[in-house]
Design a protein around this ligand. Sequence first.
Ligand SMILES: [Zn+2]
Length: 461
Amino acid sequence: MHLVIRQAEIVNADGRTRGDVLVRGGHIVQVADQVSPPAGEPLESIDAGGMLLLPGGLDPHVHMHLPTAAGFSSDDFVSGSRAALLGGTTTLIDFVTPRRGMSLTDALAARLMEARRCHTDYSFHVSPVEWRDSTAAEIRDCIAAGLPSFKLYMAYKDSIGIDEEVMAKVMRTVAKEGGMVTVHCETGDEVDRLRRELAESGQTGPASHPESRPPHTESQAVEKAIALCAQTACPVYIVHVSAAASIEHIRKAQSAGLPVMAEVCPHHLLLDESVYDAPFEQAAPFVLSPPLRSESDRNALWGALADGTVEVVGTDHCPFFMEQKAAGRNDFRLIANGAGGVEHRLALIYTHGVLEGRISHERWVALCSTGPARLFGLYPRKGRICRGADADMVLWDPHASEIVSAARHHHRSDISIYEGMTLRGKARMVIKSGKVVVEDGQQRRQPAGSFLRRKVPEKGQ
Ligand SMILES: [Zn+2]
C-alpha cells in the first residue's frame, strides 16, 4: 500500500518547497514536484492543498506516569501519547528514574513495561540518582541499549538530586562513551533552605513557590553545569531554561566553543509570574519548576529561540488533577509540581512564534522536531521530510483555530494552564509510520509506538 500526499507546502528546518510525498511501508520513499506511484498497487491519496506538511513533532521532555509525593502525574503513556498525536507530536522522550539503590538497567526494564502501549514512538533519558560501584557499567549498558542521554537533577536532593562531585563522575563516564547529559539546573540547597524559611515564617501560599526559586537559583546552577561541561568535556543540554541570566551564561559558553545546548518550554515563553498573585485555586495550577518568570525573562527566551542559542522547545509535560494540587492548600511545598502541555506545543509556538513574527516557519519546525531529533541521535530518521525518513508527518491547517480548555483537551487532567487561550493552526491530519492516525483532528487509529534505539549523536551535527 502506497500513500501519496499531493501538492503540499513541505516545511523542513532548512526551507520550504511545494510538492508531493510518496510513502511506503512506514517510510518516505520519494519527495518531488510530482511523484509517480507504481501502477497496479493500491494507493491512498491525500490532497494537501492549502496545508503545510511538517515532519512529526518530537517532544524530548515529558513525564508520563511519574511517581511523586502527590501521586502519579495524571497522564500515563497511553493518554499522554494520544494527546501528543492529536497535537502533531509523533515521538516522545520520557525518563527512566530509578529509586536509590536500584540499577539504571533494572529501572529501564520496568519503564519499558510501563511504556509498552505508548501510541507514539518513544525513548528515554536515564537518570543516575547516585554514584554506585556499578554506575559506570550501567551507563555503558544504557548507551548500548540505545539510550545515550542522561538526566541529572541539581535540585530535589532528598530524592533524585545529586551533588557536583557525583555529577562530575557521571559526566566523565558519559563523555568517554560519546553520550550527553541533560541537566535540571536549580541550586537545590538554596531552594530547599528558602522553601523551609518561607514555610516556617507562615508564608504557605502558592506565591511562595516562585519566591523560593528566584532566577539566580537557576542561573547559578547553569554556571556550575557549564563549568562541569568545561571540566569533563561532556556535552550538556540544559532543560527548561527560564531566566534571562541563564541565557547569557549559555550564550557565552557557546561562543567559547563549549558543547552546551538548551531547551525552553512553552509555559516560560507565554505565561508570567503574575499568575501566582491569586487565590489558591487559581494560582496552584501554575506551580511548576522552575517557576514562571517576568516579562523581560520571556523576551530573552524568545530572543534565544530566534538567534539559535536555544535549539529545542520541549514541554516538561507533567499534568496533575486539581485534587493533587490541593494537597498543598496549607503548604505550598506539597502542591503537585508540574503542568500539561504536550498536546498544544506545536500550536502554541505557531500562534505566538510564527504568527506574531518572532520566528519563521522553518525555525518552528527546527525547534519542535528537527533540533531535538538531531541532538538526541534520531536524525534524519526523525525530524525531516526526506527520502528514507520515517513517515511521521503532520498536515497543518494554518486557518484552523481553537480555544484551549480542560473540558476539551486530551490530557488526563481537569486543569489547563492555557485555559481560554486562542490557538491558531491545528494538526488536521497526522501520519505515523506511514499510516493516517489522526484525521480531521480526530484519532482514527490507535497506533503502536516503537521503542527507539538512539545513536550517539555525531559531533557538530
Ligand atoms: Zn521535567
